[in-house]
Design a protein around this ligand. Structure first.
Ligand SMILES: [Fe+2]
Length: 436
């Protein structure tokens, strides 16, 4: 079930994919540092000292000090990043490319002037015994006994005031007690069913991404994510530990499944991600640790156009296909979709709540997710408020479940609805796949 990477066999070629990018992350960031003249000067003055300032592996350091571009590529470097090192040494792109061929500089230049290297003999199709790969198929059935098992999906709002109520010790106040009563079951359940990793779908609220960058789907492939300061100071909760190996595996599979994800190795995470963790795992002090790793998946629902419910559902299915292809350690995976339910935070219609619509949404999410994908944006915004559009995210988790791949229907382990938490209707649900 390994990922489809036929490009790895092309002679004399290293394709820079998500796995290579993970391996070469610090080497490539090191290379980028040479876009500043002061760094170029310091490097040329004492190369070893400069290299030692970076968290490179010994093999990466040696490759840089030897100025061995092939070795740098093997250690995860990408030529566009590495060219900054070459430029610092005064090399042209032709000199850099030629240095990797084993030819003299003059012979390489002459070859290029004569029309370049001919493809015959250096193509996959010219290798003995090579057969073209089968065209890729999008699996519609699940992999039996997959090592990475989606056990449950969870749905919850991520209202910032809920986090503030916990952080300020207000959870016993009658107003908040009603909200938190809906999570007592979940907290007990989470203790017995702690996942190895949560894929946590949320939206960034003008925190990590501002108007300079508006990515639609952002997958976190980094090792850790600090808690953001959203203007009130950072929440007193631990930062998040990612799962780069699994996240880059998902990226590779999902992008080949026709989803153009944005991959992020460094970002801060806001209440959209930390409040659900607090709701489910309870108080964890700033010096503590969350009980599992988290792969953030941020969906743009701040600036239109936002993705459709159908697109989100299909992304969920693509994520499940990726998980089914995982051949690493056995993993208990939960997928959490967060946001909503009905709320409007702006304009004269602020405060809109639509309990009937919210509950119909929950009914359809349980029993008819495909039908739910037909609901247009206008339906969400008109009925559930301008910020109620966050609910499209819930279709991502639902798309990962067994019954969407020919398996059994999920059990509804927990369902809760309450108005309000601050400006928002609290809908919360846990669905589990059959355990067979
Ligand atoms: Fe939100």
């Amino acid at each position: 079930m390994a990922l489809d990477k036929p490009y790895q066999d092309i002679p004399g070629t290293i394709i820079f994919d998500a796995e290579q990018a993970r391996k070469g992350y610090h080497l490539n960031q090191f290379s980028m540092s040479f876009m500043k003249p002061e760094n170029r000067e310091r490097y040329l003055a004492d190369r070893e000292a400069y290299v030692n300032e970076w968290p490179l592996t010994d093999a990466q350091k040696k490759a840089v000090l030897d100025m061995d571009l092939n070795a740098m590529m093997a250690e995860g470097g990408n030529i566009y990043f590495l060219s900054k090192i070459g430029a610092t040494h005064g090399l042209s792109f032709q000199q850099m490319a030629g240095s990797m061929t084993g030819m003299s500089e003059a012979a390489y230049r002459d070859m290029m002037v004569s029309g370049g290297r001919r493809p015959e003999g250096v193509r996959l199709k010219d290798l003995d015994g090579w057969t073209p790969p089968e065209p890729g198929e999008k699996a519609e059935t699940m992999r039996p006994n997959a090592p990475a098992r989606v056990t449950s999906t969870l749905y919850t709002p991520h209202v910032p005031a809920i986090g503030a109520a916990m952080d300020l010790g207000k959870t016993e106040e009658p107003y908040w007690q009603k909200v938190f009563s809906g999570y007592e079951w979940t907290r007990a359940w989470a203790k017995e069913n702690t996942p190895d990793v949560v894929i946590l779908v949320y939206n960034d609220h003008a925190t990590a991404f501002d108007s300079s960058l508006i990515p639609t789907f952002v997958l976190g492939t980094g090792a850790e994510y600090p808690v953001a300061d959203e203007g009130y100071g950072p929440r007193p909760v631990p930062g998040i530990k990612g799962y780069p190996e699994l996240a880059s595996h998902i990226a590779q599979s999902v992008i080949q499944d026709d989803f153009d994800l944005t991959l992020v190795n460094e970002m801060v995470v806001d209440h959209g991600l930390t409040v659900p963790l607090s709701l489910v795992f309870g108080d964890v002090g700033v010096d503590g640790e969350w009980p599992c790793r988290v792969i953030p998946l941020a969906v743009n629902v701040v600036q239109y156009p936002v993705p459709s419910g159908r697109r989100c559902y299909e992304l969920g299915k693509a994520i499940r296909r990726a998980l089914d292809k995982w051949d690493g350690p056995e993993l208990n995976v939960q997928v959490w979709s967060t946001g909503g339910m009905s709320h409007q935070l702006q304009g004269p219609r602020a405060g809109l709540i639509n309990a009937e619509w919210d509950n119909a949404f929950l009914d359809h999410l349980i029993a008819d997710p495909e039908g739910l994908t037909e609901w247009p944006h206008l339906e969400y915004v008109d009925e559930a408020g301008s910020e109620g559009i966050e609910l499209v995210d819930w279709l991502i988790a639902r798309g990962t479940m067994d019954d969407q791949f020919g398996g059994g229907a999920p059990t509804v382990d927990h369902r809760f609805y309450h108005v309000p938490a601050s400006n928002t209707a609290v809908g919360h649900m846990v669905l589990s796949n059959p355990t067979d």
